[in-house]
Design a protein around this ligand. Structure first.
Ligand code: S3P
Length: 177
């Protein structure tokens, strides 16, 4: 396998990928990308509108195209949408171009965080209160085995983002990154 170039942060919605990713990029003096934001730039519209107008399958194709385009990009820290690692072939591509890190957050913490922001997320916004918990639990259980294929698994529960970045920096040194 080639030397890892990028660092990919994967995990469920609400696991802290964008916050931790931006801080880690600052710490390592590398550019930061968020797959949702990059896709929004290319599509010229918000992720919510892509889901509404083009459908989820079209969004997943855009996510895959984003990952494919990274081989020629300079080294970056990349926060990846929660559903991207479940797309066929996506994890293999990420492993080929970088080091994949899973921010592992428990169901209860995710539910607490996502409850506040669920209107901004197309997969969650239409759910009633009674549908919300089982939906998140089910989707997480479908995705966990993809996330667990990461090279590094970093719990992200009660630590501050800075503490997570400190821990990641130590782990990256151990991995000679
Ligand atoms: C999704 C996660 C979102 C975004 C889209 C779909 C998912 O990204 O890509 O709403 O399928 O889990 P975040 O994980 O950054 O919230």
């Amino acid at each position: 396998m080639k030397e890892p170039k990028h660092i990919f942060l994967i995990g469920f919605m609400g696991s802290g990928k964008s916050t931790v990713g931006a801080l880690l990029a600052e710490r390592l003096n590398l550019p930061f990308m968020d797959s949702d934001k990059e896709i929004e730039k290319v599509a010229g519209k918000r992720v919510g509108l892509i889901f509404e107008q083009d459908g989820e399958a079209a969004f997943r194709t855009m996510e895959m195209n984003f990952i494919r385009g990274l081989e020629s990009e300079k080294q970056s820290i990349i926060a990846v949408g929660g559903g991207l690692p479940a797309i066929e072939g996506a994890l293999e591509l990420m492993h080929q171009t970088g080091l994949v890190i899973y921010l592992n957050t428990s169901l209860l913490t995710l539910l607490r965080r996502l409850k506040e922001e669920r209107t901004e997320r197309p997969l969650l916004s239409a759910l009633s209160d009674s549908e919300f918990h089982p939906f998140v639990e089910d989707l997480l259980s479908q995705r966990v085995h993809f996330y667990k294929q990461a090279k590094l698994i970093m719990p992200n529960e009660r630590n501050s983002p800075i503490e997570i970045v400190d821990k990641l920096e130590k782990e990256l040194i151990k991995l000679n990154f």
